[in-house]
Design a protein around this ligand. Structure first.
Ligand code: ZN
Length: 116
């Protein structure tokens, strides 16, 4: 634990933040709940989101949560387009829908590479 980090933690506690029983998924340091309700890692200096309240709650960095949400949205759109495609008879519309599907699939692939 570096001196700066210890100072940062002391500052957080003085400002009314509370230490949580979760650790940061990135660095393993204890997380703090700020007075504003945000969850903060004093060491990484960034916001963390707690997933799933309950027995198997876990912390993820906000960026991972964003990727998950994005992946969900893409999959949802793909499912809708798939329905549209099977109902569509008009060749021009079929091509448009197929192009949209292809774009979304490429985005999904890129996203999954980012998530690793
Ligand atoms: Zn951290």
């Amino acid at each position: 634990m570096s001196m700066d980090w210890a100072k940062e933690m002391a500052k957080l506690l003085r400002s009314g933040a509370t230490m949580l029983s979760y650790n940061c998924p990135e660095c393993g340091s204890p997380l703090f709940r700020l007075k504003s309700g945000e969850i903060w890692c004093a060491r990484c200096q960034r916001r963390v989101v707690i997933l799933r309240e309950g027995e198997d709650e876990s912390a993820v960095v906000e960026q991972e949560l964003l990727w998950d949400q994005l992946e969900g949205s893409i999959l949802e759109k793909l499912s809708k387009l798939s329905g549209l495609l099977s109902a569509e008879e008009e060749p021009r519309r079929v091509r448009e829908i197929a192009e949209s599907i292809s774009t979304l699939l490429a985005s999904l692939q890129r996203l999954r590479r980012l998530k690793r």
